[in-house]
Design a protein around this ligand. Sequence first.
Ligand SMILES: [Zn+2]
Length: 257
Amino acid sequence: MAIKTNLPDLTPASQRFKQEIILPSGGFSNPIAFPGGKFIVYPWDMATSEWMVTAPRTNELTYMVQLVSRLSHLSTEVVKTMVSSELPLIVMVARALTFPDSKVEYVATCPYCRTNQAKVALQIPNALQKISEKPAGYTCDTVTLPVSKDVITVKPATVTEQEAARNRPEKFQKVLGNAEASALAAVRTVGGGVPDTQDELVKWYRALSPTDSEFLVTEIAKLNPGVSTSIKHVCDNQACQREFTYELNLTTDFFRG
Ligand SMILES: [Zn+2]
């Protein structure tokens, strides 16, 4: 070999710097691929940065699946068996492996007095809280609606289930928003009974009181394993000092930076 290097050996850096993490879902959606929630993340590379510039972005979820597939060296078929809410974490970890000092900066505005707060710089993902981690042997969560007292079992939806919910028939698109369709993809039983059809589930959902339907969608969002992008603030303005939550926008645009 003509090259004279100080490297001890020529193992690819992607192998040396890869990191094993435990998925917040515990891997319940595919225990064979992710035993005990174990998942290997490879560092962000320049080829991925280049790919991001040209990749078609017609569908945000498909785009995220392809990105996670690149960063995990897993096929898109396997990535689609993951719980969709934990895909952003993989991207954040991969970026942190390559850019350990990278931070996201933002200026929040108090919703009450409109005062701009001091600039915040957060290290991603370490500064973000993991939410709704699932225990070993997890099967489902239970939600009781406040008005009807209907008892619902909920299991966070996989990418495949989310895709089906978002590509719903036109008749459902007219009556359900994306957030509602995504939430319903996680509903497994109502009062102990499995819905016979999607029609039946949607009919039930639309009959719920506004209090119950709002509660259901909000609770399901909280049960999705991943990292929290809601950051609590107390207003800097001494005359205000009210508490508010800032929503960090971690869409794929963030990861392009
Ligand atoms: Zn304020």
